[in-house]
Design a protein around this ligand. Structure first.
Ligand code: ARG
Length: 562
């Protein structure tokens, strides 16, 4: 029997009594979360969720009565050993031995696909999603917003892939614009070819800072404008300098993202959409949406009353495109190239996004809001490194690694590790990710190294610790074969609550897949570790396996020692 079949079994019995198709009932039957107050029941049907007209103000008493009446009409069988009514719910308890056997077998058999194969996902169509995330700007700072976008986008892409969707990960680099005019000129005065090769991100940033200091100077301004104009005109030599800046930066990014376990299928950027942006303007014009202002700029009226009270400027007076125009061109280009079902933007630019999504509306159903999603996120305040402000992604990674290493060496319990630096990096990153994913993505939070890196409490360090401990228990006792398991040992309350918790994993994945919030998985994993484990090896294995699956979805590499 499969773990999911419990829900099916309950649904089929209910369907006969209620005369409703079982498919409609499956999502109303949920595994009961394990709270401090132990539940005996494993599944729960909420009466309110199956009422035809859920808006009807059913009194609590009525719901209770209906629950009781329904419970009386249902019968226990070889799967369900107990049925009872609660306030507005009917509760089902699964035969204890069957519960233990089934859950353990399922985790064992499905491995990294545990929870994913659940019937909860059977009606969800497989889709192709484009996820755009990280998207830093060449020669500029990699700020905390970029870090959040990287972590969140990676999580969303991981989750989608795990659930069987096709995903294209795109990094929309800031690789065009006047900054390249300045950079081109700056490099002629302050550039160093060796440094550009050995650390392009840092060197280009330094050159950019230096040239900005003299950017007030009229001559520099003119030179920069010329450089950028040549770039826009595709002057071969200018383009090759730009290409070198871009290629070397991407190479370095790839290396650094790797430390985070992040990769992209495509590094695109604004630069590709130069001519395409002109096509966008043409489409807008053909649709009669492009209006000229007195100053000669091109705008699209976004106001409800069509009185130009809210407009989006899409064209400069000299006919050249703007950031938003290129963004639209990129969206259309991705549609042509990838024919995606959904496109997800993980970006902070709130105002831009609002205009952008309204504009996209004009490009047909592909751009409708349910197909184009914007995942926004709050600000992180106070993330500093010992060297000061965070400028590069690598600064954060190095800081987290060195702080973690220091914490690890100061705790006496730290074993002799094969590679302490590598372990410190993985554990430290887990800390960073959990700190970031604990709350609602849209909320701001104050960053604190000490809190993030605590070894106790709701932290990534503790998750890693739990994983490592379960792993070492398995190592110590050898691998138990599932067939020898005497499930009678798993009938005590502590073991049952771990089993009940494991039973819920599919629902947690489902929730995160619906609202794209990692916090459901985070709190699930954090409770998986606090649930007391009695010494049963198979249960350890199952718990560790689910812990590892969930951590990987979040972008964490589980460690086996620490
Ligand atoms: N490069 C931009 C920035 O650093 C983020 C890109 C957002 N994505 C987009 N399609 N506009 O602010």
């Amino acid at each position: 029997m499969a773990a999911g079949s419990f829900r099916r079994n309950i649904a089929s019995q209910l369907s006969k009594v209620l005369d409703l198709p079982p498919e409609n009932l499956i999502k109303s039957i949920s595994a009961v979360p394990v709270s401090k107050k132990r539940h005996v029941a494993d599944f729960q049907l909420s009466i309110a969720s199956i009422l035809e007209d859920s808006s009807s103000d059913c009194l609590a008493q009525d719901l209770h009565l209906q629950a009781q009446q329904l419970a009386e009409r249902l019968k226990c069988d070889s799967v369900v050993s107990e049925i009872s009514a609660g306030p507005g719910t009917v509760n089902f308890t699964i035969n204890r031995e069957l519960l233990a056997k089934t859950v353990l077998q399922q985790v064992w058999k499905d491995g990294s696909e545990y929870g994913v194969k659940s019937e909860l996902f059977s009606t969800v169509p497989r889709q192709k999603a484009v996820v755009e995330f990280s998207s830093p700007n060449i020669a500029k700072k990699f700020h905390i917003g970029h870090l959040r976008s990287t972590l969140i986008g990676n999580f969303i892409a991981n989750l989608k892939v795990a659930l069987g969707h096709e995903v294209v990960r795109i990094n929309y680099l800031g690789d065009w614009g006047m900054q390249f005019g300045l950079l081109g000129v700056g490099f002629q005065s302050f550039g160093n070819k060796e440094k550009l090769k050995s650390s392009p991100l840092q060197h280009l940033f330094e050159v950019y800072v230096q040239i900005n200091k003299s950017a007030e100077d009229e001559n520099t301004k003119k030179l920069a404008k010329d450089f950028f104009r040549k770039l826009e005109e595709h002057d071969e030599q200018t383009l090759s300098i730009w290409k070198q800046f871009r290629d070397l930066s991407i190479e370095e990014y790839i290396r650094i993202y790797k430390r985070l376990g992040v990769h992209f299928d495509e590094y695109s950027g604004e630069s590709f959409y130069q001519e395409k942006a002109q096509e966008v303007l043409k489409i807008l014009e053909d649709k009669g949406l492009l209006q000229k202002t007195v100053k000669g700029t091109g705008v699209v009226d976004l106001s409800e009353k069509k009185d130009l009270s809210t407009v989006s400027t899409v064209m400069r007076s000299d006919g050249t495109s703007l950031y938003i125009t290129r963004d639209l061109a990129a969206a259309i280009d991705r549609m042509n190239k990838h024919s995606w079902d959904t496109m997800i933007y993980v970006v902070t630019l709130k105002k831009h996004c609002k205009c952008f999504s309204q504009l996209k509306y004009n490009f047909g159903p592909a751009a409708s809001p349910h197909r184009c999603q914007h995942v926004s996120f709050g600000l992180i305040q106070g993330m500093k490194t010992r060297r000061g402000e965070v400028i590069f992604l690598e600064d954060v990674l190095n800081e987290v690694r060195s702080r973690m290493l220091q914490n690890m060496t100061s705790t006496k319990t730290t074993k002799e590790l094969q590679d302490p630096v590598e372990t410190a990096e993985k554990v430290g990153l887990a800390a960073l990710i959990i700190q970031d994913f604990r709350g609602l993505l849209s909320s701001d939070y104050q960053f604190c190294w000490d809190r993030a890196l605590q070894s106790r409490g709701d932290t990534g360090v503790f998750l890693q610790y739990t994983h490592a401990r379960l792993h070492s228990l398995e190592q110590m006792h050898g691998n138990a074969e599932l067939t020898d398991v005497n499930v009678a040992c798993l009938l005590e309350p502590d073991a049952i609550s771990v089993l009940q918790h494991l039973l819920r994993y599919d629902e947690v994945l489902y929730r995160s897949s619906q609202d794209l919030q990692p916090k459901h998985i985070v709190s699930y994993l954090l409770t998986l570790r606090t649930t007391p484990c009695s010494a049963r090896l198979c249960l350890f294995h199952a718990a560790r396996s689910v812990l590892a699956n969930g951590m990987k979805l979040l972008g964490i590499t589980p460690v086996t020692q620490m």
